[in-house]
Design a protein around this ligand. Structure first.
Ligand SMILES: Nc1nc2c(c(=O)[nH]1)N[C@H]1C(S)=C(S)[C@@H](COP(=O)(O)O)O[C@H]1N2
Ligand SMILES: [Mo]
Length: 252
């Protein structure tokens, strides 16, 4: 099935009503509308659920529910010369570039990210390899970065470029704007009240809580806003999607 067909099928399944699909696509393409819908902390969850369950929050847990450790998976250390230098310097000069279909391309240091309003959440990470772990993640909601850089017309997907390689391929992942503006979608720099360890994606990794583990890009150094997934990698929206046939939509 083509990506477009597969996505359409998934949206239909998720909504349970074909008639709503067109409306959902329009919402997805209208950041202005979504900004109004999700403005402030007083968002109306009931209203969001009535539109689509894509906006529902992932379950959050109590501190005592946390797993003894957050098991690392995939890359545990990018170990490139460049990453090693950043690591030795305590990531003081690490930058996350935000560019592509934005009005004001910017780059954010970790202290800058930490100075923005943060969110903490205790959630369960589910890996397709068959393990789960509950941990507390603290970070900057992605929507703050998208608000200050300003999405241009045509913006539809967010690409996360990572600092680690599998052979000659960098790890990368993509999400759509519904997930990008989801309140639990954060650029996490804290794990269980400590700085994010290297094995879990230091200095900053994505948490996109309504999705399986492989969508949670670690070692993020560039965030691109694009109109079409065909423009990145082999066109299927992520490292595992391109190279191992994983589904782009990994919603849970
Ligand atoms: N950059 C990068 N991000 C990544 C991976 C990776 O290898 N490289 N692995 C993914 C997979 S499959 C999972 S399950 C989670 C693991 O996160 P953790 O190491 O904090 O457990 O990161 C995801 N993000
Ligand atoms: Mo995973």
């Amino acid at each position: 099935m083509s990506l477009v067909t597969r996505r359409a099928a998934l949206s239909t399944l998720a909504l349970g009503a074909g008639g709503l699909v067109a409306g959902c696509d329009r919402l997805n393409e209208s950041p202005a509308f979504r900004k109004i819908l999700f403005a402030g902390e007083e968002m109306n969850l009931g209203f969001q659920r009535a539109l689509t369950d894509r906006d529902a929050l992932a379950r959050e847990y109590a501190p005592e529910d946390r797993s003894p450790t957050m098991r690392p998976n995939g890359t545990r250390d990018p170990a490139t010369a460049r990453y090693n230098a950043h690591r030795a310097a305590g990531f003081a000069t690490w930058r996350i570039a935000v560019d592509g279909l934005v009005h004001r391309p910017m780059s954010f240091s970790i202290p800058h990210l930490r100075s923005l309003p943060a969110r903490a959440q205790i959630t369960r990470h589910d890996c397709v390899e068959g393990w789960s772990a509950i941990a507390k993640w603290t970070g900057t909601p992605l929507r703050h970065l998208l608000d200050v850089t300003g999405l241009k017309d045509g913006a539809r997907f967010i690409v996360f470029q990572c600092a680690d390689y599998f052979g000659s391929n960098r790890y990368y992942e993509t999400i759509d704007l519904i997930d990008a503006f989801h309140p639990q979608t954060i650029l996490a720099w804290g794990l269980n009240d400590r700085p994010l360890p290297v094995e879990n994606g230091a200095p900053v990794r994505l948490r996109v809580e309504r999705h399986l583990g492989y969508k949670h890009a670690k070692y993020v150094e560039r965030i691109q806003v694009i109109d079409d997934l065909a423009r990145v990698g082999l066109g299927r929206g992520g490292f595992w999607e391109d190279h191992h046939d994983y589904d782009w939509y990994a919603g849970i």
